[in-house]
Design a protein around this ligand. Structure first.
Ligand code: FUC
Length: 876
């Protein structure tokens, strides 16, 4: 297997071709695998092929036009047409807005980011502090002052014997309290570290809040640009902020409507847990911009660099300042001073010498990369940089449009949210907020997960703390998984790349973990991991034992294959990871003679109850893993693995049983407490994200899942509610799914629409966007299910550009709560089964010319042969 290393010194190509970008930014590190690099690119190529169709043939728009040309279609497609109107309207109403500067980082920040860099905009009038982070700036890990062991015990700690001992105790006593097991199997963590703030960009103006009028602060998620504006003494002042992925810089533009009015002091400051050298250089010579001969009067720069005290990780940041008009000087406190300028723009680049390669995790010093990024960025002018950023963002963001027959009032987002909570806003305003929240999830993923950096962590890419909550790490008993549920289905496949790089990079330490902890081959990880290859258990009694973490993460590779059908990805990226994860379980499952079944032991259902053998979640995850690996092994003709897997899967306890109050049992024994409202509902993994419980295929179990969910209630933390949206969607209960969405917005959402666990934790944003998608489209059981969980509150609407498994683009519109029409475009020739409640014998599939295609309808499912890249329309 090739581990793709994120080489922090290779920046994404300036080319706008994402294919090229993936090629250059997913670089090969210690282990060079050129052919596999090509394979990874080929995954993207096929994804991009589809995307190109959307972007350049205007799939959704073209379909609308075509449909209107057909007489049958024209009567049915009025919504398709209004959907077009919403495309236009969409640009204006995808806006978070506030009429005050932010005072609280967590609830007021407007987040902007490019995967590697995440900045937050509070927009203070006198002091504007733009705090930013860079994904790899972490304390802990190798060279940490506390020491670091990757979470791996030494052989002397005799972990395999300890596990055997716990297994034996479980055989005798059936269950063990977590506090006793943690004494045997828990390990104190040293040098785990935390994600860091990189620096603050401090802008100090000669303006005071009380003197200004018409203050506005906004984030346009359609263009990914934040903005502040206000008036003072008849002059309009404007600030714009964005973080460019193509050019790898934070960009800020300050302007005023009158000449020579801008006075601002500019500085970079860093937290106190690192060494700091600061160089401030003023260069007042005239500059010519090489791209358009744009002239700027003066320029200056601030360079900061040093190392983290904890682990010696080197960092460097550079700020480049250009002023049009006025002059730049240096203040006595070593800050830059702009006086009397017409406009000012700043470019900031930042990096570390982190490299994603076990065991040292160090690469090149960041100076060259940062210098190159700044020089490259300032070879463009502001308008060009903004244009390049906007194109890059919209290439991804605009693939999906959601219309809920909404109307976003020109009301500050915090007030809109307050009215939503109080029940005082109109239905159209409520839907506008829900739609904004939906697209905000996609915006956040684009902003926090791009090739060339680390995946989105518990806070995406935004963090201001030295000791972030849960270190802003990667928890894998739900959280990291939830971050990526939306990626393929909302047509953002490329955002998976950092996740796959990261997980591939964990396989090697995870194999050592499997050896040292269990004495077996394969790879394993537990509850949580950091950027330093941590794959061992921690010592938190009710959460530490989660060896299914690796299995669950490996399933993301298989899901990506199901969405894209990219066989090269399956062979070179997914299968090696799946196979080694399965290898671990083939070597550790325990065979019970009495039942003649395989079980996970010890096993623990997150994050409550006792240790037992075979908790439902453990069995369900392992079953799904082995089953998916078996499917992959069959496709790749790995006969040895097929035989080994088959021998076990046929005897593996599936973790799917009903208990005495009709619930899905969380444990093998009937221990479920029907008064528990615990936030983890992990024993419904089989319902979502897996697919072995469904009202269509296992109605009794689906009923059991509903009993379980009703008992747990509609509360929980942010991510818990988000998961429940997905669960209810999978149970085809749109109203209940919508209720959870409303609960999340009312009780687990901060003013800036960030998810509130509490504290701020981004998984709930991503999980909710995935859940809303599941309400409108599902594709998990070899069917494309249209509007499986449409709530009454959304009687009319349309969604375009979603992806179904099988690499199928889907547009859907509905009216009066019923499917109006759908459009499908498959990347390969295949039979499609399309389900919708309203389908009957008169439903039809027509091609672009309005000709009916041979199809068969049975029990609300229409089946037809879709030719590769041909657009079809379903008329219900
Ligand atoms: C899991 C959850 C917690 C929190 C943490 C980051 O352990 O149970 O609620 O989300 O991850």
């Amino acid at each position: 297997m090739c581990h793709y290393r994120v080489n922090k010194n290779v920046k994404p190509s300036a080319s706008e071709s994402a294919n090229h970008k993936a090629n250059s930014s997913v670089s090969k590190g210690a282990k060079q695998c050129p052919s596999q690099g090509a394979d990874k690119v080929s995954t993207l190529t096929s994804v991009l092929f589809m995307l190109t169709l959307v972007c350049y043939t205007g799939f959704s728009g073209a379909i609308r036009a075509d449909a209107l040309a057909s007489s049958k279609a024209s009567t049915k497609l009025t919504l398709g047409n209004s959907n077009h109107a919403s495309d236009v309207k969409g640009a204006a109403d995808l806006m978070l807005r506030f009429d005050k500067p932010g005072t609280d980082w967590e609830s007021h920040s407007l987040p902007i980011g490019n995967g590697a860099l995440g900045a937050t905009v509070l927009g203070g009038v006198h002091h504007d502090v733009i705090q930013f982070s860079e994904k790899s700036l972490w304390t802990g890990g190798p060279n940490s002052v506390a020491g670091y062991d990757f979470g791996l015990p030494s052989l002397d700690e005799k972990f395999p014997e300890k596990i055997a001992n716990v297994q034996q105790q479980l055989q005798q006593k059936v269950s063990l309290p977590p506090k006793s097991v943690v004494k045997t199997l828990g390990r104190e963590v040293i040098g785990y570290g935390s994600y860091q703030s990189f620096a603050d960009i401090n802008l100090t103006f000669d303006h005071q809040l009380e003197d200004v009028s018409h203050y506005q602060r906004s984030l346009d998620i359609n263009t990914a640009v934040a903005k502040v504006s206000y008036q003072l003494a008849g002059v309009e002042y404007t600030r714009e902020y964005f973080v460019s992925y193509p050019d790898q810089v934070i960009v800020i533009k300050l302007s005023s409507s009158a000449k020579n009015q801008l006075n601002v002091a500019i500085d970079l400051s860093v937290p106190n847990n690192r060494s700091l050298t600061k160089n401030v250089i003023v260069d007042s010579a005239k500059h010519q911009n090489k791209h358009n001969q744009h002239q700027i009067n003066s320029a200056a720069s601030t360079q900061i660099f040093g190392t983290l005290t904890d682990n010696g990780l080197a960092y460097e940041g550079q700020l480049h300042l250009s002023a049009d008009g006025g002059k730049i000087t240096k203040n006595s406190n070593n800050t830059l001073q702009v006086t009397g300028a017409n406009s000012v723009w700043l470019v900031v680049a930042a990096a570390t010498n982190y490299q994603q390669s076990y065991p040292t995790y160090r690469g090149k010093m960041p100076h060259q990369q940062v210098t190159t990024s700044v020089n490259h960025a300032i070879s463009f002018n502001y308008v060009q940089l903004k244009q390049r950023h906007r194109q890059d963002h919209q290439r991804l963001f605009n693939r999906v449009n959601l219309d809920l027959a909404h109307q976003l009032p020109h009301t500050p987002t915090n007030e809109l949210l307050a009215q939503y909570k109080a029940g005082t806003s109109s239905a159209t305003a409520n839907r506008a907020l829900e739609r904004l929240y939906y697209q905000f999830g996609r915006y956040l993923l684009i902003s926090s997960s791009r090739a060339g950096s680390l995946p989105a962590n518990l806070q995406g890419v935004w963090n201001k703390h030295q000791h972030a909550p849960w270190s802003a790490d990667y928890h894998v008993n739900i959280n990291l998984q939830m971050n990526y549920w939306l990626a393929d289905m909302t047509n953002l496949s490329e955002t998976n790349i950092p996740l796959f790089d990261f997980i591939e990079g964990l396989v090697e330490p995870g194999e050592i973990s499997a050896q040292k902890i269990f004495g077996v081959d394969g790879w394993v990880m537990f509850l949580n991991t950091n950027v330093w290859g941590f794959t061992g258990p921690i010592a938190w009694p009710t959460a530490f034992w989660q060896p299914e973490g690796a299995a669950w993460m490996s399933l993301h590779f298989y899901e990506h294959y199901l969405f894209t059908k990219d066989e090269s990805f399956l062979q070179h990226s997914a299968y090696p990871v799946l196979k080694k994860a399965s290898e671990f379980w083939l070597n550790t499952l325990v065979f019970d003679q009495a039942s003649q079944q395989y079980f996970v032991s010890p096993s623990y259902s997150p994050e409550h109850g006792d240790f037992t053998v075979g908790a439902a979640m453990s069995q369900q995850i392992v079953a799904k893993l082995l089953d998916s690996t078996l499917n992959a092994a069959k496709l790749l003709a790995d006969h040895e693995m097929i035989a080994r897997l088959t021998a076990v899967t046929t005897k593996l306890n599936a973790g799917l049983a009903l208990g005495n109050w009709g619930q899905i049992k969380e444990w093998q024994q009937d221990l479920d407490d029907n008064s528990s409202s615990h936030r983890h509902v992990s024993h419904l993994f089989a319902l979502h994200p897996s697919n072995s419980i469904s009202p269509l295929t296992t109605p009794e179990l689906a009923q059991g899942a509903a009993v379980t969910l009703n008992a747990r209630g509609d509360g929980g933390t942010g991510w818990s509610k988000a998961w429940k949206i997905n669960f209810w969607a999978r149970l085809f209960d749109g109203n209940h799914a919508h209720k959870l969405l409303a609960e999340q917005l009312k009780h687990s959402t901060l003013d800036n629409l960030w998810d509130n666990h509490p504290p701020f934790q981004i998984d709930g944003n991503f999980g909710a966007t995935a859940g809303i998608t599941e309400m409108l489209l599902q594709s998990q059981n070899n069917e494309i299910h249209l509007l499986p969980a449409l709530p009454e509150k959304w009687p009319q609407g349309a969604i375009s550009g979603l992806k179904a498994r099988g690499n199928i683009l889907v547009n859907i519109s509905w009216q009066a709560g019923k499917l109006a029409n759908a459009h499908l475009l498959s990347a390969s020739t295949q039979m499609l089964n399309v389900r919708a409640a309203s389908l009957n014998k008169s439903s039809q599939i027509i091609d672009d010319n309005g000709n009916a295609i041979v199809s068969h309808v049975n029990n609300n499912v229409i089946r037809f042969r879709a030719e590769k890249n041909i657009r079809y329309q379903l008329l219900p």
